[in-house]
Design a protein around this ligand. Sequence first.
Ligand code: ADP
Ligand code: MG
Length: 228
Amino acid sequence: MTEPLVVVEGLRKTYQKGPKEVAALKDVSFEAFPGELIAIRGRSGSGKTTLLNLVGGLDRPDAGQVTIAGRSVTGMAESGLVELRRDVVGFVFQTFGLVPVLSAAENVGVPLRLAKAAAQEREERIRVLLTLVGLADHVNQRPYELSGGQQQRVAIARALANRPRVLIADEPTGQLDSQTARQIMELIRALVRSEGVTAVVATHDLGLIALADRVLELRDGLLEEAAS
Ligand code: ADP
Ligand code: MG
């Protein structure tokens, strides 16, 4: 049996919202195997973003554990989390999150610079990645000179820059028209296969859900296996 790459056990996260407590996650567990594309669905406010942030080490739970490739994310000091987010996990967000003053190539180069990749290796990796996402002819354009779908392609290339084991995407097609959304979903599906990455994707998008290997549903702070 293959070992799971991501192990999530008993996650709990409660937010203080003024005088009242909101239990975003009550007791959430799941495992993701190498090369799997997992869709997390659930209505708005069901805790999808909270869960992804905990899996990727962007936030800490009140209780429970996250392990990636045998390393305890929840047990890591801040310096370990910085490394984890740079080398092990790639993030894609609904709003793309590109640096507006940087070109497509420079945006993809940011994580490579953080990882202190040599200039030549960086250039080569940027070229490969932008070709992989279909933007070989747009390397010098800035985000405002690109369509939403193209911006998301740059963000996906950036997320894959340091060859992460895990790709975390939070409603990656949420701001795109349905045709563009479809192209982005298919790109994510293809990249999970070609790059051998494990992807955890929060989405409402039925098209993306249909492409997943497994669908999990968040409801009232609990996660259940859903029919896909
Ligand atoms: P989703 O991504 O599925 O829309 P979220 O994880 O963003 O869900 O939110 C889950 C619940 O936690 C919601 O009730 C939301 O209002 C609440 N919540 C999320 N982040 C915070 C925060 N920083 N402070 C207070 N409440 C929050
Ligand atoms: Mg969300």
